[in-house]
Design a protein around this ligand. Structure first.
Ligand code: B12
Ligand code: SF4
Length: 485
């Protein structure tokens, strides 16, 4: 065991763009896994969730001035990277003796760009799965030579990029502890269920599929690893009993990959008789496969299922290698509703071949699929995803803050980005406007309240309001009902 008196401070980038975050304030689960490793290495760990607290850089600076830390750690996906880099700059200004580290999908694959210029504020990237690598880094910290030999480390030395050996992915995920006590749980809530406390649990990591636009399959080496049902359900019970969490997001890319394991998780949840709600994402063909146990999903607490339909024509699905059929997407959405769960899906628009007509065709089919919630997203080429090279010549936006699935990044051959932006907001407007009155008529009170509250949150969210404004529309006038308390 190395140092006992050093502190690692984890801070979330204060980036906001709407969509998912309109529904709740979400715990930064990855940092809780990492905090537990820091403790195992003999360090003190602190999590400052600036994003959830909605602190701006000024407030963050003043908080850092009052905090002692030796290592400053942050995390980044592509849209949050510029803010994460700014956090490191502030940390170095406030505390020039600190060491800054960053991890997550964007830095893992963008080291060359990040270290292109000398004199940046990021000392080290810890690439890939963070736990074992961070542990070794902190254990080695006091000896600079050893520290620099830590696995998964990328840094700049003498103007050159140094990349260390990569650790294999951990086989036994159950062995990874989570430092749940690092959060102030009062800050986390799922706004759709009033008075709720929101937690996050990871039952598995990775995905074996190869969708070309996706960053996650590459990050986890196209490998799926699952935890045991016993450990997953014990953790849910513990977080529920200790912190009063009653809504759980499953953060997995693909929780249902192994049907036997998944069904055992459901069975164990049923045995526990917890009064909880679960939100999850999975693939459409698994919902179709699981028709015989969907009633069990619902009884175990699953209330909201997101499935990535992505497109309504087989050509586009094949082009992005989604490996699903349009028929399965349609059926999955029907089944989720049939078993009284809320269905959510997204349709990505703005491919190079997109036209006003193809968007209209997607919109019409999206209405036919009839999910409870549809998102019309701008296809976003993560710079390290296979899809990026395919569309490279059509990319017009290079500011990563806008790589958020909301702002069009690609200019289709026959449309402007502005037209794509307008088409997206028009899809939202036409999809949601008729639904308010339909949702009011839903008989099941849980379902009705859930739908109405979610709709209000979506419509009041800043990303839609600013999109509407760009079209010269005022959602308050278009949908006054949504803005009533
Ligand atoms: C939960 C979640 C959120 C939460 C974030 C809560 C939080 N503060 O963490 C909310 C709902 C706010 C959110 C919002 C958005 N999200 Co999100 N989100 C997820 C989700 C479902 C799970 C993330 C998670 O908790 N994973 C579990 C933990 C254990 O893994 P992890 O975070 O990757 O961390 C591990 C490693 O990455 C690494 N690591 C990470 N950070 C660090 C730091 C250090 C120092 C080290 C050493 C290691 C390290 O070690 C960790 C442990 O192994 C992922 C999809 C997925 N299945 O991963 C999408 C995902 C990350 N989100 C994504 C996107 C695009 C967004 C939005 C832009 C969407 C939108 N328009 O609303 C916004 C951005 C808002 C914002 N400020 O972040 C994309 C990112 C794509 C990309 N390559 O950039 C993903 C991958 C989804 C997707 N389909 O593509 N999201
Ligand atoms: S199924 Fe989901 S997680 Fe898996 S590769 Fe496709 S988009 Fe990525």
């Amino acid at each position: 065991m190395a140092t006992k008196d050093k502190t690692i401070l984890f801070v979330t980038p204060p980036y906001h763009c709407g969509v998912v975050e309109v529904a709740g304030s979400w715990p930064p689960l990855g940092l809780l896994y990492l905090g537990a490793q820091a403790r195992q290495a003999g360090w003190r760990a602190e999590v400052y969730d600036a994003m959830t607290l909605r602190h701006d850089f000024k407030e963050i600076t003043s908080r850092l001035q009052k905090t002692e830390f030796d290592v400053f750690a942050t995390t980044a996906i592509t849209p949050t990277f510029p803010d994460a880099a700014e956090l490191c700059r502030i940390a170095k200004t406030v505390n020039p003796r600190c060491t800054t580290i960053i991890g997550g999908v964007h830095p893992t694959f963008s080291a060359e760009e990040i270290f292109a210029e000398p004199g940046g504020s990021i000392d080290y990237i810890i690439a890939g799965e963070g736990e074992p690598a961070l542990y070794r880094f902190l254990i080695n910290f006091d000896d600079l030579e050893k520290r620099r030999q830590s696995p998964n480390l990328i840094y700049r030395d003498d103007g050159r990029l140094k990349t260390n050996l990569t650790l294999p992915l951990k086989k036994e995920l159950d062995e990874l502890p989570v430092a749940w006590d690092l959060l102030d749980w009062r800050n986390y809530s799922y706004y759709v269920i009033p008075g709720s406390r929101l937690g996050a649990v990871s039952t598995s990591r990775g995905c074996s599929h190869s969708c070309t636009f996706c960053s996650q399959q590459r990050f986890w080496n196209k490998m799926w690893r699952g935890r045991t049902p016993r450990a997953v359900v014990a953790e849910i019970r513990q977080v529920h009993d200790t912190y009063g969490v009653n809504v759980f997001l499953l953060t997995d890319e693909y929780p249902t990959y192994d049907r036997d394991r998944w069904e055992e998780i459901l069975d164990r949840l049923l045995t526990e008789k917890l009064d909880i709600y679960i939100l999850m994402e999975t693939r459409v063909e698994d919902i179709v496969r699981d028709e015989d146990i969907l009633a069990k999903y619902r009884r175990a607490g699953i209330v909201h299922v997101y499935v990535g339909a992505e497109a309504t024509d087989q050509g586009t699905l094949d082009r992005i290698n989604k490996e699903i059929t349009v028929a399965d997407s349609r059926r999955a959405i029907e089944l989720i509703a049939e078993y009284n769960m809320i269905s959510e899906t997204s349709f990505v628009l703005g491919f190079p071949e997109e036209t006003e007509d193809s968007i209209e065709a997607t919109f019409r089919l999206a209405c036919e699929f009839n999910p409870d919630f549809a998102h019309f997203l701008a296809i976003t080429p993560w710079p390290y995803a296979e899809f990026y090279q395919e569309v490279r010549e059509h990319i017009e936006v290079f500011d990563y803050r806008r790589y958020n699935l909301i702002d069009p990044i690609i200019k289709p051959k026959q449309m402007t980005r502005r037209q794509v932006d307008h088409a997206i907001i028009d899809c939202y407007r036409r999809f949601y406007m008729p639904r308010m009155s339909e949702y009011r008529k839903v008989e099941d009170t849980f379902r009705r309240d859930y739908l109405l509250r979610s709709m209000k949150l979506i419509m009041k969210s800043s990303f839609l309001i600013s999109k509407f404004a760009r079209l010269g529309l005022n959602p308050k006038k278009l949908m006054p009902d949504m803005f009533k308390a």
